[in-house]
Design a protein around this ligand. Structure first.
Ligand code: PLP
Length: 224
């Protein structure tokens, strides 16, 4: 695709997001985070040039390399992957604008210690394992609300903004929908939460219809 074709292609993705959110409400504003984990710095620059600012990575070393290579651009970096404790300092060095995958109380405690030592705060989302899948990280739905409150009281350097979830791994749309509804119902009960991050390339319209206000789009944004 040349530049013009790519711009038209992205306009169409944005239109699909718009159509889905207007079915819910004029007031539902949905932010697109372009997940660049399969893409190069060159690909990111191309998308930046047609207006995209928020990008997400799921490996600390990849985020570090791309953030460094693109440091002259005013990008907003999101970390969306599982964070190992020994990588926390590497992540904090990049100072990402949002860490979307806070998935255990243990990680929250470790993160709090490191943030305090660096005199920093970090905006985070709690990851919910909404369909209770073995293969996924995150809090069990029934544990999320109490854990959220606990992190607010015990981790003053963690600034919780809401929740993130990956839709159920299923071909049955009703099963995927149920997992999004579970996440959204929890989100609505959290004090001061403003971000409900759910929906990827294959299911973002359904996620938005269930109340998502942040979609993480990888393959579809980079046409891979
Ligand atoms: C890779 C990834 C995405 C994007 O996936 P696509 O299907 O390519 O849109 C979104 N969220 C998380 C947590 C991911 O790891």
């Amino acid at each position: 695709m040349n530049e013009i074709e790519y711009k038209l292609y992205i306009d169409n993705v944005i239109r699909r997001v718009e159509t889905a959110r207007l079915k819910v409400s004029d007031h539902l504003i949905v932010k697109i985070v372009a997940v660049s984990k399969y893409s190069t710095a060159e690909d990111i620059k191309r998308l930046y040039n047609i207006g995209q600012r928020a990008f997400g990575e799921n490996k600390v070393q990849d985020l570090k390399a791309k953030a460094k290579e693109l440091e002259d651009l005013p990008l907003e970096w999101h970390f969306i992957g599982n964070l190992q404790k020994n990588k926390i300092n590497n992540l904090l060095d990049i100072n990402p604008s949002l860490f979307q995958a806070l998935d255990s109380l243990e990680l929250a405690e470790e993160l709090q210690k490191k943030l305090k030592a660096k005199n920093m705060t970090l905006e985070c989302l709690m990851q919910i394992n909404s369909a209770k899948e073995e293969s996924k990280h995150g809090f069990m739905p029934e544990d999320t609300i109490s854990a959220y409150t606990q992190i607010i009281s015990e981790c003053p350097n963690i600034n919780l903004k809401g929740v993130m979830s990956i839709g159920a791994h299923s071909d049955d749309k009703q099963v995927v929908k149920k997992s999004f509804e579970t996440t959204h119902a929890i989100y609505k009960q959290l004090p001061n939460a403003t971000i409900c991050s759910m929906g990827m390339s294959g299911d973002f319209e359904l996620a938005i219809e269930c109340g998502s206000n942040m979609v993480r789009l990888g393959s579809i944004m980079f046409n891979k």
